[in-house]
Design a protein around this ligand. Structure first.
Ligand SMILES: Nc1ncnc2c1ncn2[C@@H]1O[C@H](COP(=O)(O)OP(=O)(O)OP(=O)(O)O)[C@@H](O)[C@H]1O
Ligand SMILES: [Mg+2]
Length: 322
């Protein structure tokens, strides 16, 4: 099947005052239409930078590699290809819905403006379309909600509006960066259910960034695990979460606090700190924290290689075991 999102050897180098810093190091991703790929990993592993680079949203950065969205080259023409692709082919939902909404614009007008930007229609038709979108994302009493300013809505409702905004140009791909993290637990579940429903009804592809493996297990078909700017394991979500091949994925899974844990059991955490971009240890960046590290791990950085059909990991120890 042809890919909705096809990322090959993506490299993102931030060009800051302290010199270049490569924060995404050769990431390849593949998302089929109407499916969900989750991107997981600890803070600072490069998930957001990967997502932003896919939409040409990384100013003051050098982006190398190839990003195709629905066959269109995002990085072509010095990134100018991205302007057209954003909205029309791909929409983005952020952790903080406030960041997508202007505080002094009524939410209905904000969505109608995006509709008008992307399709030829009258103001009235755009308003009508925005009400349909609000109904689709589960906002009750859409006409009343449309007149609200962002601050008059709860976090969950604001995130629904932000999703409507991302859908306003009928994209085929949605990139959602921690879309439920800022919400309380019951609202989280509802917004996640909405995203899944939209994937089903609209046939949307979803790149879902999350640090919550529960969310990933519930929503994704495939998962890519990132560590220090690289994908270290990628495969079908059930298989990867049930019997991870990479020691880092295994550690991430153990680090999830469980409700069923016996009392006084501290929630797990991965010993040590993730390395800072620009100060990576030699060899595998995870080896100083890895319980299974062997001599070679400190010498050469392992590359992703297939351990089962459609399932890859970047770990020589795991490969030897299987
Ligand atoms: N504006 C910035 N200036 C300098 N470094 C940055 C900037 N934004 C991100 N970085 C660095 O880029 C790397 C990747 O960051 P990124 O935001 O992609 O991580 P992440 O996986 O999304 O983390 P989180 O789970 O905390 O959102 C990190 O090392 C981070 O410190
Ligand atoms: Mg992030």
């Amino acid at each position: 099947m042809s890919a909705l999102l096809d990322v090959a050897d993506l490299q993102v180098t931030l060009l800051g005052a302290r010199g270049p810093l490569t924060v995404v190091r050769g990431v390849s991703l593949f998302l089929e239409p109407a499916s969900t790929l989750a991107l997981v990993g600890e803070s600072g592993s490069g998930k957001s930078m990967t997502a932003l680079a896919c939409l040409g949203l990384t100013p003051r950065a050098r982006v190398e590699g190839r990003v195709l969205i629905d066959g269109m080259d995002v990085l072509a023409d010095g990134g100018r290809g991205a302007t057209h692709i954003r909205g029309s082919r791909a929409g983005m939902v952020f952790q903080d819905p406030q960041s997508a909404l202007h505080p002094a614009t009524r939410v209905g007008a904000a969505v109608a403006a995006v509709v008008r930007h992307h399709r030829r229609c009258t103001r009235k038709e755009a308003e009508q379309r925005s009400l349909e979108l609000f109904a689709e994302v589960g906002l009750d009493d859409a006409p009343r909600r449309a007149r609200a300013f962002p601050h008059e809505l709860s976090g969950g409702l604001r995130q629904r509006v932000a999703i409507a905004l991302a859908l306003a140009a009928d994209p085929k791909l949605l990139i959602a960066d921690e879309p439920t993290t800022a919400l309380d637990v019951t609202v989280q579940a509802k917004v996640l259910a909405l995203l899944r429903e939209l994937c089903r009804t609209r046939g949307l592809g979803l790149l879902l960034i999350s640090h919550d493996l529960g969310v990933v297990a519930a929503a994704a078909d495939r998962v890519a695990v990132m560590y220090a700017g690289r994908v270290v394991e990628e495969g079908p979500v059930e298989a990867v979460l049930q019997s991870p091949r990479h020691p880092y994925t295994r550690a991430l899974r153990t680090a999830v606090p469980r409700v069923t844990a016996p009392p006084r059991t501290a929630p797990g955490c991965i010993p040590g700190q993730p390395p800072l971009a620009g100060a990576l240890p030699p060899g595998c960046p995870f080896h100083p924290r890895c319980p299974r590290a062997i001599d070679t791990c400190s010498r050469a950085e392992p590359v992703l290689s297939e351990c089962s059909r459609g399932w890859s990991a970047a770990c020589p120890v795991t490969e030897r075991d299987t």
